[in-house]
Each structure stands twice: as C-alpha cells, then as structure tokens.
Design a binder for this molecule. Structure first.
Ligand code: PHE
Length: 346
C-alpha cells in the first residue's frame, strides 16, 4: 500500500504542475481528493487491514492527504496571482483606482469611558468582577443594612420583577446599584480583597437631562487589615486626577449611605468656572461625582469578616456622569437615543 501511495503522489504532483486554470484545478481536486478518489477509498479501506499494517499505512495515507491539500491551495494561489498579473498587463485592472470605503464601527462613549475607568483602577491593583443585573432583595438592600420598610429604600426607586417567594413577597428586582456585589464577592472570598465592579443598574425613574432608567456604575471596594479613610481618599483623589487631569481638586463631604460609616460624597472642582461658580455646578464651584465610605461593621459581620480585625472602604460612581463631565455633555438621554450624529463624535 505504501508503494501505491508513492505512485499516487508522483502522478498527482506531475499533473498538478501543468494546471493553469481554475476549472482543471477543480477536476484535479475531484480526482485526487474527492469522495471517489483512490486516496479516499484507501483511507476508507484502512479498517480492513491487519492491525500491524494499519498504523503505518494510515499515517502515510493521511500524510499524503494533507500534502495534496497543501499543494492544491498553493497552486490555487499561484493561478490567482498569474491571472491578476495578466489583467494588469492587459490594462484591464487599474490597481491605482481608490477602493470602496468601509464604514467603521466604534465603541459607545459609555464603554470607552468605562474602559478608561477600569484601566485606572486595574493599574492600582484592583481586579474587575461582574455580577447579575437581576438581583435578590437580600443583596440589593437587606445585606446592605437596608431592611424592609426602612426609609432609606426611598433613595433607590426600584423596578421589581413580577415574582413572589413562598411567603408571597416580591423579592426579585433589577439591581438599583452595583453595591450588592460587595456582598457577593465578600461571601466567597477572604480578605485581602480589592475589586471593582462595572455594570448596568436600573431605576424606576422618569427620564430627564440627568436621569435615565438604565445607566452604568462602577463599584469599588477594598478590605484588609489597617485600611483607613486615608486609603479611600488617596485612591479616589488619584483616580479623579488620572481621569480628569492633574490639576483637579477634590473634596469629601459627609453623606449618608446605610452600608458605610462614615459615608461621604466626593466632588471635584468645576472645570468650566474653575471653582468660581457657574450654571454647570449650580454656582457652588463643585461637582459631585460619587458616593463612598468605610464599609459598615454590620455589613462585614454579615459576610463573616471580623470587624475588629478587618476594615474596608467602598465607593460607587455613575459612568455616564463621568463622561458628561469629561466631554461637556449636558443631557444623559443622548447616550441611549441612538442618534448617530451624537455617537459619531466619540
Ligand atoms: N451604591 C450607592 C448608590 O448607588 C453608592 C455608594 C457605593 C455609596 C458604595 C457608598 C459606597 O447611590
């Protein structure tokens, strides 16, 4: 059989060498590699050979098959090239003619800024983790110190799923923030943890220039021994300078979120008026960009972290907000209204 394969190789190659057009090439393919070709028949017949012979014959036959396939595609290329050369020679093909322009797609401005934000935190040693957009009441509220009927629930206008648990309660929702991932990550890991969570969040909200029913947030948190408010401040101020420019000033002010203590909001100085006061910053000179704080001991206890040993900080920021500030966009609805005149600017 090996001899026969050698004969076949020689014959196939010498025929292939003289082929100059695609039609004969196809005929060659059918006769040497087609279903009814000698080689294919031989490959099929392998099973009936005695075991000792089968192995060597099989290897040789398969080797010949891939060799012939390779030779075929080389020949195909050569024929194509010769055709083009002939066309150029005859003046039938003008390669200097400009081609048709293809329309290039691009990343949505939200995704562009989201990636910049993630890069900044990754450079600082944070890991990127994602989580579910459909969440349980427990993770979105309960585990974050926001029990049923607590007035703090009013801070997040919620879209509930049409689902009830065995007690008849609606306990499934579209997450209103990325903070539930603090719990999910801590439940599954031991400190030290340094994680950021980019993702979509939802609010039951009438849309206007600064509100959308769906938008993106980036959550971030770090838990370890000896983490202090100074680490939070250093991390976020550095983030603001890297995203908005070195000369940016930042400010912390007390704020309330049930899952942090103390809680703050962070603002940067308005880059339109440089702090003097204008319409963008409602005359305050500052623009709020995120909420943050030290993770509440009760939250740590709930995920079995000992708050006497470990401390941590957390922050959450709106992504479209960052983009609006960075590029001077004055209406959040522009992001998701699919107007190419807007999207093409980024
Ligand atoms: N999750 C909060 C919000 O959406 C922001 C926040 C995150 C505040 C982490 C403090 C710590 O409003």
């Amino acid at each position: 059989m090996i001899n026969k394969l050698e004969e076949l190789r020689a014959k196939a190659l010498s025929e292939l060498d003289s082929i100059k057009d695609p039609k004969s090439l196809e005929a060659w393919r059918i006769s040497y590699l087609g279903r009814k070709s000698e080689l294919t028949q031989m490959l099929r017949g392998l099973a009936s050979l005695p075991v000792e012979e089968r192995r060597a014959a099989g290897a040789a036959a398969n080797q010949l098959k891939s060799f012939l396939e390779q030779s075929l595609s080389q020949r195909e290329e050569a024929i194509k090239e010769a055709e083009i050369a002939r066309a150029i020679e005859k003046g039938k093909l003008d390669v200097t003619l400009p081609g048709y322009p293809t329309t290039l797609g691009r990343l949505h401005p939200t995704i562009q800024i989201l990636r910049q934000m993630c890069d900044i935190f990754v450079a600082m040693g944070f890991e990127v983790v994602e989580g579910p957009e459909v969440e349980w009441d427990y993770y979105n509220f309960e585990a974050l110190n926001i029990p049923q009927d607590h007035p703090a629930r009013d801070m997040w206008a919620t879209m509930w799923m049409d689902y009830r648990n065995e007690k008849g309660e609606r306990n499934m929702l579209l997450r209103t923030h990325t903070s539930p991932m603090q719990i999910r990550v801590m439940e599954n890991r031991q400190p030290p943890v340094r994680v950021i969570v980019p993702g979509k969040v939802y609010r039951y909200e009438a849309t206007d220039a600064t509100h959308e029913a769906m938008f993106y947030q980036v959550e971030g948190f770090a838990v370890d021994k000896n983490i202090t408010m100074a680490d939070l401040k250093g991390t976020l101020f550095e983030f603001a300078r890297r995203l908005f420019g070195k000369e940016r000033k930042a400010r912390f002010r007390c704020d309330y979120f049930p899952f942090v203590e103390p809680g703050v909001d962070m603002a940067i100085d308005c880059f339109v008026c440089k702090g003097a006061g204008c319409s963008l910053c409602s005359n305050s000179g500052w623009i709020e960009i995120l909420g943050a704080g030290m993770i509440h001991p009760e939250v740590l206890r709930r995920v079995n972290y000992d708050p006497d040993i470990y401390t941590g900080f957390a922050f959450g920021m709106g992504v479209e907000r960052m983009s609006m500030l960075k590029y001077g966009i004055d209406d959040i609805r522009l992001f998701y209204s699919n107007d190419l005149r807007f999207l093409k600017q980024f």
